[in-house]
Design a protein around this ligand. Structure first.
Ligand code: MTE
Ligand code: MO
Length: 166
């Protein structure tokens, strides 16, 4: 209960438009840029692991094309991350460590509980396990998501999200 309250408070503070929020103390694992109103480094929002853990956490139990059996992923909801940075836009350019990138409609994050997964079956995903961040759609709950286009949006080793209007 206490952590829920603190999470809600934090989100409220972060979401105040045109405001800066605290800079990361740890290693930066995610940079959000583009059309955002809440920043902590120039016009970008940088996150370390702890900052992402302070957002409300959501767990998705699902099969994926990349894992054996049903697995559990935990991390912040995409829509909560977008709210935290005051994102205004319809599209995301999501870029991975290996320079792979994909366009992801913001609508996906509104319609579905898409998460920025940080743990797999409770264990933090390392780069070698497609971590530290993996965009996970709730495939089991929404089998219509099992399409080639949604699979291309299932970016692993995510390092950068750019918000823009199409
Ligand atoms: N980081 C990263 N994520 C990625 C990719 C990639 O090359 N790198 N490939 C994408 C594509 S095009 C698809 S279809 C799915 C599945 O890729 P796979 O066929 O290599 O398993 O992952 C997506 N996510
Ligand atoms: Mo693909």
């Amino acid at each position: 209960m206490r952590s829920v309250l603190i999470g809600g408070l934090l989100l409220g503070l972060l979401a105040a438009p045109g405001h800066a929020f605290e800079a990361p103390e740890g290693q930066v694992i995610l940079t959000v840029s583009g059309n955002i109103s809440v920043t902590n480094a120039g016009d970008e929002a940088l996150f370390d692991r702890e900052m992402l853990e302070q957002l409300p956490q959501h767990t998705t139990h699902t099969h994926t094309p990349w894992h054996d059996g049903q697995v559990a992923f935990t991390g912040p909801l995409g829509r909560d991350l977008l709210e935290a940075v005051g994102a205004q836009g319809s599209m995301l350019r999501v870029t991975a460590l290996n320079d792979y990138s994909a366009s992801v409609p913001v609508a996906d994050f509104i319609e579905y509980d898409v998460i920025l997964a940080m743990t797999l079956d409770g264990t933090p995903m390392q780069v070698r396990d497609q971590g530290p961040l993996f965009i996970i759609y709730p495939f089991d709950e929404n089998p219509e998501l099992l399409t080639e286009s949604v699979m291309t949006r299932s970016v692993w080793q995510v390092v950068h999200i750019d918000v823009f209007a199409e």
